[in-house]
Design a binder for this molecule. Structure first.
Ligand SMILES: Nc1nc2c(ncn2[C@@H]2O[C@H](COP(=O)(O)OP(=O)(O)OP(=O)(O)O)[C@@H](O)[C@H]2O)c(=O)[nH]1
Ligand SMILES: [Mg+2]
Length: 461
């Protein structure tokens, strides 16, 4: 046995046991496979039998690469009475130092057959677990982007899909692109995020055909949202106004709402639609498609993105090729900040998820924008921030008084502790408050900022 002991010392991954119990199991590197358990069980049986004969401890090894010379590794010795792991051959041991005949020596005691099956008695314990035992493999992963609300992004048509991709890129994995042609599948979007509707290969700006295809596939869309998105409270539906598919997207409203009701969602559908550029609007089909979409979402909560305005703001800053991708990225980051800040606590003043939900559920159009004020000592900081947010917003200017509004200010620690800045910020809130029936506000402190950042959402036009 001396050689065995020596061997034991040189085996850092092996485990040893006494007659009564396993004494210690050293940490096994990597995942323990089924084979590991089966082999270990076979070793226990074999060695227990060996001990009975020899009356001394023997090492059991973890894997074939660590087999002991004393014990043949491949064929564990078992008797017909011993509990045998499924894949362990119940054949007699080969001729070796180990004894041939072994008495039955059950390692795990069988429970007496008293007519009760303990396993059945406790089969309810996992019935109400949060996670389904086997999740649908088509289910998209949870969003990794921080947000105060559980939401998904559905892009309809080419432009809608590209806008949706910008949210996917931020970590909103619950994003689905719905289209009538694979030609509109943006690069870098994998198949599980793409839902191709059969019936037409694109609809060539024909909104009637677009509506027909979407309507014929509304059950497919509803089912895809349920199986791939799971449960979210809010659906952001993104569509490019002017095309035939995106402009028809409102026809799916019934499907979107049936889904929301079926998951008992606390939120609703928010449309994000684009207004074609001035050049595009010269085309009567594009113009009438856009007008149609506009009239259909007028009484829903919606954000309008003015392509002419946002492209003008970007021209000269980015190349032609990157105009829409940059615009989409900027918009996605802007909306995300609002969703994210509502999830953060502030030592000064917090804008919370309930406030956010109030604003998002306001009927009519929303305007979202942001600005940076580098000089925070100006008396008229309120109007500078409010007008700055509107001016650099990708949305058309508001029309009339808003029913709800949000003003979020992000300041440095130095600004937060400066009394005269605090006074100016108060004035800024009352300036914006005077332009909305209900104003929600939040002040957040962050370390490295280019100046005072303001983000505003005004809703209900
Ligand atoms: N903001 C933004 N607008 C876009 C983008 N791509 C297209 N658009 C706008 O969306 C409008 C409609 O184009 P698409 O979305 O491609 O059209 P569609 O919905 O696929 O419709 P069909 O191709 O006719 O089936 C265009 O006229 C553009 O004004 C984009 O990436 N970002
Ligand atoms: Mg298209």
């Amino acid at each position: 046995m001396a050689s065995t002991v020596k061997n034991m010392k040189s085996m850092p991954k092996s485990y040893f046991y006494t007659d009564d119990s396993v004494k210690s199991i050293t940490k096994h590197e990597g995942k323990m496979s089924d084979n590991f358990y089966k082999e270990a069980a076979a070793e226990v049986v074999r060695d227990a039998a060996g001990k009975k004969v020899e009356g001394v401890q023997q090492p059991a090894t973890l894997g074939s690469h660590m087999s002991s010379p004393e014990i043949p590794e491949a064929e564990p010795e078992v008797t017909p009475e011993s509990p045998v792991p499924e894949s362990t051959p119940a054949s007699p041991a080969p001729a070796s130092e180990a004894p041939q005949e072994q008495p039955a020596h059950p390692v795990v005691e069988d429970t007496p057959d008293d007519g009760f099956d303990d396993f059945d008695d406790f089969d309810f314990v996992e019935a109400y677990d949060d996670d389904p035992v086997a999740a649908d493999e088509r289910m998209l992963p949870e969003n990794s982007a921080a947000s105060a609300i559980k939401c998904a992004f559905l892009g309809v048509g080419g432009g809608g899909g590209k806008l949706a991709k910008a949210f996917l890129d931020l970590g909103f994995h619950k994003t689905l692109l719905i289209n009538t042609t694979v030609k509109d599948q943006p690069e870098g979007v994998s198949a599980e995020h793409f839902l191709l509707l059969p019936g037409a290969d694109g609809v060539g700006k024909d909104i009637e055909l677009g509506k027909k295809v979407l309507e014929n596939n509304s059950a497919l869309v509803e089912d895809a949202i349920r199986t791939r998105i799971g449960k979210v409270d809010w659906l952001f539906v993104l569509a490019g106004g002017g095309g035939g598919t995106g402009s028809a997207s409102r026809i799916l409203d019934g499907a979107f709402n049936r889904y929301l009701r079926s998951v008992e969602a606390a939120g609703q559908v928010v449309y994000v639609v684009t207004r074609p550029t001035a050049q595009e609007l010269l085309n009567p089909t594009i113009a009438s498609n856009y007008e149609h979409l506009l009239s259909e979402v007028a009484l829903q909560p919606h954000i309008m993105i003015d392509n002419e305005k946002q492209l003008q703001l970007l021209r000269g800053k980015v190349g032609m090729l990157d105009l829409y991708p940059s615009a989409n990225r900027n918009f996605a980051k802007l909306l995300w900040q609002v969703l994210k800040l509502a999830d953060e606590t502030s030592p000064i003043q917090s804008f919370d998820s309930k406030d956010l939900e109030r604003v998002l559920s306001t009927t009519g159009r929303m305007v979202i924008g942001s600005t940076v004020a580098r000089d925070v000592n100006k008396q008229d900081l309120g109007s500078i921030l409010y007008q700055g947010c509107l001016k650099s917003s990708p949305c058309p200017a508001p029309a009339g008084k808003a029913s709800t509004g949000v003003m979020l200010l992000i300041v440095t620690p130095a600004m937060a502790s400066n009394p005269s800045v605090s006074k100016n910020l108060e004035a800024a809130f009352s300036y914006v408050g005077g332009r909305t029936d209900t104003l929600f506000s939040g002040v957040y402190v962050k370390q490295r900022l280019p100046g005072l950042i303001a983000i505003s959402v005004i809703a209900g036009f």
